[in-house]
Design a protein around this ligand. Sequence first.
Ligand code: HEC
Ligand code: HEC
Ligand code: HEC
Ligand code: HEC
Ligand code: HEC
Length: 302
Amino acid sequence: MRPLILLLLAVILSSCDKITKVFQEDDLLQRPVASRCGDCHQEIYKQWKESRHSKAWISEEFKRASENYTKEKCLSCHAPYEITVGDKPKVRDINLADGVNCASCHFRDSTKSMHGPYDVFSPPHPSTKDDQYTKTEICSGCHQETFKQWQIVKTDKNCQNCHMQPKEGKLIQKFPFDLFHASKEIHHHGFIVPTPKPDFFRVEAVKNKENLTLYITSLKTPHNVPTADHGNPKYYIDVEYIKDGNVIYSDSQTLTKKEPLIYKQTKEVVFPVNFSYDKVKVTLSRKLSWEEKPKKIADFEF
Ligand code: HEC
Ligand code: HEC
Ligand code: HEC
Ligand code: HEC
Ligand code: HEC
């Protein structure tokens, strides 16, 4: 019964312009702050608030690196007006502290509506179904380097599959609107960087008198590891040489975005050795751009 009533209501509302206008909340079409979208899209707002996109402007490191926001060329991807495909966006002049916010990713001047993956009935604001949102290209204007690396790999997984994993749920949590809308897939707006499992890497070792040579291959992540346009994420390769049960020497090398692991290409990392040992423990750890300390990903013994 309920679907029928909803359908009727939907037909009445959408067929009568005046009534639709009653429900329309005009400030939503003026690129408001994200918390305003959070009045209804409460869950998505909470996820976004925890994401790096919400910190893109207020990040201390960004403030420092952009010389207190004086480097013009740095600003647009960190506080965009409206995202574009393939090219970097223009900077906006309001609500800068909001960083990469909801309106910049969803509101389009061309239609004066919220673009998204679905065909929805959304009385508070007009919406437009736009297939770009389910494609990698939507991320490409800002994540330009990572996008290029992804293109070379030729995978059918897009950025959203891994960084916006979907879950069944409602797009809004505001009474009474939520009663009128069926559950759909909501894509996690925390833009989370997954923690790789040990089997994401193959590590082989060749030991001889002068060197320990490691051959490391990244097997699963379909872009460089680490990858960045402007941040500086790092991987650490720590080695501990063990003799008679004791660590007798340790050494370390760092992988940066300029010296990364490239998907399915084996990287050779050489550690000089001039002593004898029984075995060696190799630990991989990762530090994202904004993290203070590295976290362990995997270890191997040879
Ligand atoms: C308007 C430009 C822009 C667009 C479009 C954009 N991003 Fe971002 N993204 C950024 C910026 C800037 C940061 C860094 C924020 C910070 O940490 O200061 C970031 C950070 C991230 C991070 C976190 C990286 C880390 O080091 O933790 C992920 C993951 C991410 N974005 C994924 C995506 C995905 C997936 C898409 C497409 C759906 C996307 N982004 C679209 C600008 C953008
Ligand atoms: C007063 C409540 C309300 C507010 C505030 C609101 N929305 Fe919505 N929005 C809705 C409803 C209702 C739907 C449709 C939900 C459904 O069908 O499941 C919707 C759907 C959407 C969609 C999906 C569009 C599609 O075609 O896939 C997007 C994107 C969206 N809103 C973005 C925003 C943004 C960005 C803001 C802030 C500028 C915002 N909304 C503020 C009620 C609201
Ligand atoms: C970096 C760009 C970006 C930002 C910032 C962003 N979104 Fe989205 N949003 C997307 C993409 C891409 C999708 C579609 C994902 C898919 O279908 O693969 C999406 C989907 C949606 C949908 C449809 C339901 C779903 O999850 O698929 C709603 C509603 C929505 N976003 C609202 C918001 C709101 C509200 C905010 C701010 C709190 C926000 N978005 C911030 C890129 C963004
Ligand atoms: C098959 C899943 C998958 C796809 C598709 C994917 N990524 Fe990732 N991404 C990962 C994993 C896993 C990591 C963490 C890698 C690591 O640290 O070893 C990561 C890390 C990142 C990071 C953080 C920086 C770093 O070096 O850890 C950013 C930013 C990012 N991805 C952006 C993107 C963008 C943009 C796309 C689309 C062009 C994309 N990713 C496609 C799985 C994926
Ligand atoms: C083309 C879009 C774009 C431009 C322009 C841009 N960035 Fe970024 N920035 C990103 C993206 C995307 C990320 C997140 C992932 C990554 O590093 O690729 C990021 C991340 C960062 C980070 C790491 C996250 C953090 O908050 O600590 C810093 C620092 C940063 N950018 C500084 C700058 C500086 C300084 C400039 C100007 C020289 C600049 N960015 C220009 C897209 C951009």
